[in-house]
Design a protein around this ligand. Structure first.
Ligand code: ADP
Ligand code: SF4
Length: 674
């Protein structure tokens, strides 16, 4: 039964002319699908509505070909074909009684128009960036005719939005795009009616809200996405000037590193104080995000009056059924987001969204996967899963849910594999949610038995009389330094100087005082291990062949904070250097651009260059006359990668057990229009 303290989350709320059935609001979020994958989008958003989100929005939706972001993926409402495409989504959302919203968008100086090749319009003629990526070229400054055109395009897009069935239409005035550039005194140096005093700088946003309201004429609500920050007093003055204009405020903060923060640095509910101050200035409903996964905190935030609705992107990605679980009193079943930003990283790379916690995310249409419904197996089999890391746990969970009899054997005492070890490192505690949610689900299944402290060898198999074997034995960090920039390893290596990352992960004492981490991995491992060693009192140097440490962290929105944390902790960072030698109490570092070598005095080198798949069991069993119906190798044991990839691999193994899969037909399925 539902906890009565959570009742407030299920109260309907009037948003101008429409009514949200509850307080769960999936804010606009990117998906890497955009206008190219309307069926994938519709299926994914429909699942969220099915899971109880009272409002489900699109991602940013271009109003006109002068705003294209083909470098990534974005929605569009340019013409009739877009109306038909969005209809798929609004129908899917309405089928479950939820409202559908669309975030109308104009790019400004943040986009390049790679596809349409029209010059992007900006406030001034400034060098372009494409969502942070440097690009050659500059924007075309907007004159008053351009502003009039923009208003017309926005109005026309709003009309198309109504035709597409949307219930909420946004004016999108933040995240560095065109409208936020108008608001900002530092970027808006215009001398006409749209620049100068604050009243002038908010003019365009005001006009667009009014235009949109007029175009919608009561058929849909007008929302405005806007930033307010405690450190930016003027943001509240600007908000105050517009406070009672839209039907709904979707508020965020100016610092995207807070809003879209990685859990290494920011926890749940980080925006609430900033939002509450704005909420006090308006009578209109307010929604805001905060990576909320705890229903008690959600109810408290609403009860306190800080905001009216619980906005969510990531929590709705990790668990599309979060609202329904709270409604049914099953909060313990919520699959909590871990704040890794793998979802965002893949959108930023122009490919469909995926999620570490929710392997079905993005594959609702392509593979027909559903986060909650797992088809029963045609017949129950006895399955042994070896390895209790993310891959093995997910495989066992899925197999159990499908009705198989599952044994999950893990060599260590504690389940979880790499997430157990990594979650002990600085900032990574939420990684443990990957393990804990799966263990929680498995605990409810009579047909899945866990065998901790059970290292399985090939000789153990005959006595277990299983039909299928799934090997999820993981991988270990290599200590030979072979990797991306050292295909043959170091030229000279004193073995005594090498410290294994696995030893540090296992919590073993490292004797060396001065440790050089050689980070040719380029993700979080180098930074978190450096911070862990620093905390343990070592002098730490982080050497990377890249121009920046944690280079891939640009996609997960952690590169900046990660580097700042290293600097604050006193880690010495050495970039653009390839390690060629570790011997005689020093590492030799070559310059990739032909400059002189340098020597770095250190007692030990910790290489983070690649991981070696642990496939001994798999290879040994395959070499015998095993009599099993199938043997599969999954997760890091198959191909070391992201935790998300291991979970996905486990899910696949669970869904496809005993099937002969035509990979081209299943995984090659695309949305084509010809
Ligand atoms: P993945 O990310 O693919 O799930 P992990 O490295 O996180 O991989 O987990 C693999 C797990 O498999 C580890 O916890 C490890 O202890 C366990 N393991 C490895 N070999 C065996 C084995 N022969 N028997 C039982 N467990 C094993
Ligand atoms: Fe959360 Fe990570 Fe999933 Fe994104 S990928 S929703 S941050 S768990």
């Amino acid at each position: 039964m539902r906890d009565s303290r959570h009742d407030i989350l299920f109260e309907p709320l009037r948003l101008g002319p429409v009514t949200a059935p509850n307080r769960f609001y999936q804010v606009p979020h990117c998906t890497g699908m955009g206008w190219r994958r309307p069926r994938s989008l519709a299926a994914m958003r429909g699942v969220k509505a099915e899971g109880g989100w009272g409002v489900v929005n699109t991602e940013y939706c271009s109003i006109h070909p002068t705003s294209d972001n083909d470098y990534y993926a974005y929605c569009a409402l340019w013409d009739d074909s877009d109306i038909r495409a969005h209809r798929l989504m609004t129908d899917a959302v309405h089928a479950h009684g939820a409202l559908a919203g669309v975030e109308l968008w104009a790019g400004g100086g943040m986009i390049v128009n790679h596809a349409t090749r029209l010059p992007p319009m900006g406030l001034r003629s400034l060098p372009q960036t494409d969502d942070g990526e440097v690009q050659p070229g500059q924007t075309r400054p907007m004159d008053l005719t351009d502003i009039a055109d923009l208003r017309r395009w926005h109005r026309d897009a709003a009309l198309r939005a109504v035709e597409a069935g949307f219930d909420i239409v946004y004016v999108y005035a933040t995240h560095g795009y065109l409208l936020s550039q108008f608001l900002d005194a530092r970027t808006n140096t215009r001398t006409d009616a749209y620049g100068g005093p604050l009243e002038n700088r908010v003019r365009l946003v005001r006009e667009l809200i009014e235009d949109t309201r007029e175009a919608l004429s009561g058929r849909a609500a007008v929302a405005c996405r806007f930033s307010v920050g405690l450190e930016d007093a003027e943001s509240y003055d600007a908000f105050g000037l517009l406070a009672d204009l839209p039907d709904l405020w979707d508020l965020t903060v100016p610092d995207y590193d807070i809003e879209m923060s990685n859990s290494r640095f920011v926890r749940q509910g980080a925006l609430t104080e900033s939002v509450a101050r704005a909420k006090a200035l308006t009578d209109r409903p307010v929604v805001a995000v905060g990576r909320f996964t705890d229903p008690d905190m959600m109810a408290q935030v609403i009860r306190s009056g800080a905001q009216d609705m619980i906005g969510a992107a990531r929590p709705s990605i990790a668990d599309p059924f979060l609202p329904l679980k709270i409604r049914e009193g099953r909060s313990a079943d919520i699959r909590e987001c871990i704040g890794c930003n793998i979802c965002y990283a893949h959108d930023s790379q122009g490919v469909p969204i995926r999620c570490t916690q929710n392997p079905t995310m993005g594959d609702e249409w392509r593979l027909g996967w559903h986060p909650e419904r797992l088809a029963a197996a045609p017949s129950a089999a006895r399955v042994l899963v070896v390895g209790g890391g993310p891959a093995g746990l997910e495989a066992a969970r899925v197999l159990g849910a499908r009705g198989h009899e599952v044994m999950l054997a893990e060599a260590r005492r504690v389940m979880g594999g790499r997430v157990t070890r990594e979650s002990a490192l600085p900032g990574l505690s939420e990684w443990a949610r990957v393990r804990d949610w799966r263990l929680g689900q498995i605990a409810k299944m009579d047909n899945v038995t866990l065998y901790p402290e059970s290292r399985i060898g090939p000789d153990d198999l005959p006595a277990m009389s299983v039909d299928h074997l799934i090997v999820a034995t993981g991988a270990h960090w290599a200590d030979d330094t072979v990797g991306r920039n050292n295909p043959y390893g170091l030229h000279e290596m004193d073995r005594d100087m090498i410290v294994s990352a696995d030893d540090v992960l296992a919590g073993h004492m490292v004797e060396a005082e001065h440790i050089a981490i050689y980070d040719d991995d380029h993700y979080y491992h180098g930074s978190v291990l450096a911070l862990a060693l620093r905390r343990a009192g070592h002098d730490v140097m982080l050497v990377t062949p890249a121009g920046r440490v944690c280079e891939w962290g640009t996609f997960t929105q952690e590169q900046y904070a990660s580097t700042a944390a290293l600097i604050a902790a006193g880690v010495r960072i050495v970039t653009n250097r390839v390690m060629t030698q570790a011997a005689g109490g020093a590492a030799r570092l070559a310059c990739p651009f032909g400059g002189a070598d340098i020597t770095l005095a250190c007692d030990a080198v910790l290489p983070l260059t690649r991981r070696i798949p642990d496939r001994t069991l798999y290879d040994a069993v395959r070499a015998t006359d095993h009599g099993l119906q199938s043997i599969s190798l999954i997760g890091d044991a198959e191909a070391p990668g992201l935790i998300a990839a291991a979970v996905y691999s486990g899910h696949r193994a669970g869904m496809e057990l005993g099937e002969t899969v035509d990979l081209a037909a299943r995984y090659g399925r695309r949305e084509t229009s010809v």
